[in-house]
Design a binder for this molecule. Structure first.
Ligand code: PGA
Length: 246
């Protein structure tokens, strides 16, 4: 595990964007696993800047998002589909048929979950997975609990996650209580993982996830067993951990 502690949000965003850019330059046909939330917004802006400067080409890239709210139409202003379009996809040249986001409106959710896994497998698996981390230690929407789902599944969101995400909705009552999320094994099978964390509300989760123990109450702690993972934190999120970058 490599851990970088950067001065601020901008530096975290730049470093993450450079890692994603290197991946695409080294392998233009990369399969990227992508995350939503406040944290990666700066990374996406930086990647768009690189694209506009002609430094990056997404033509052959394939993407798979981690999750989507259940029962929220994709056109809804708070869907992850809208987030990805607004923050990233509509500014770059990734072909629409290479973009994958779980369909939270699918009639048959079990089939949607199975097919999402199958699409990842057919694409050759995820080369680089970008992750955020919930203040409660979740990754994707794999919430703390006694058990963790292995593959893509429908999940009931924790009260903490619903409260944390209410800031993205005009009316907090509108936050869906369920979501589709890739599973822990879907994430762990990625060849490389980069996890970004900023802000003091992430410091405790970052400490727990680097503690040397795997604990299903902190789903991100399983990432310690991945052989190629990079954590990038700002000073606040990294306040309780040490840099490791040798
Ligand atoms: P955030 O969410 O970036 O909005 O803090 C991270 C997450 O829940 O994974």
């Amino acid at each position: 595990m490599k851990i970088y502690i950067e001065d601020n949000y901008e530096a975290v965003s730049k470093k993450a964007a450079l890692i994603v850019a290197s991946q695409i330059i080294l392998k233009p046909k990369s399969v990227l696993g992508l995350a939503t939330g406040s944290t990666p917004v700066g990374m996406y802006s930086e990647l768009v800047r690189m694209f506009n400067r002609g430094e990056l080409d997404f033509r052959e890239v394939t993407t798979f998002n981690l999750d989507e709210y259940y029962g929220l139409p994709k056109q809804h202003s708070s869907s992850y589909y809208t987030y990805m379009m607004e923050n990233f996809f509509r500014h770059i040249n990734v072909p629409e048929d290479k973009i994958h986001i779980p369909n939270g409106m699918a009639e048959n959710i079990v089939r949607e979950c199975l097919e999402y896994e199958e699409r990842i497998r057919i694409a050759g698996g995820i080369d680089l997975q970008v992750l955020g981390i919930g203040a409660n230690g979740h990754i994707g929407f794999n919430e703390p609990g006694n058990k963790l789902n292995v593959t893509t599944h429908l999940v009931g969101l924790s009260a903490k996650t619903i409260a944390d995400n209410s800031r993205f909705f005009d009316n907090p009552q509108e936050v869906p209580k369920e979501a589709l999320s890739v599973g822990i094994a879907t994430i762990m099978k990625a060849k490389k993982i980069v996890l970004l964390a900023t802000g003091s509300n992430k410091a405790e989760a970052m400490r727990e996830m680097t503690s040397g123990f795997v604990n299903t109450q902190v789903p991100a702690s399983i990432l310690q067993t991945h052989s190629d993972i990079i954590l990038i934190a700002d000073r606040e999120a990294g306040a309780l951990i040490e840099e490791i970058n040798d």
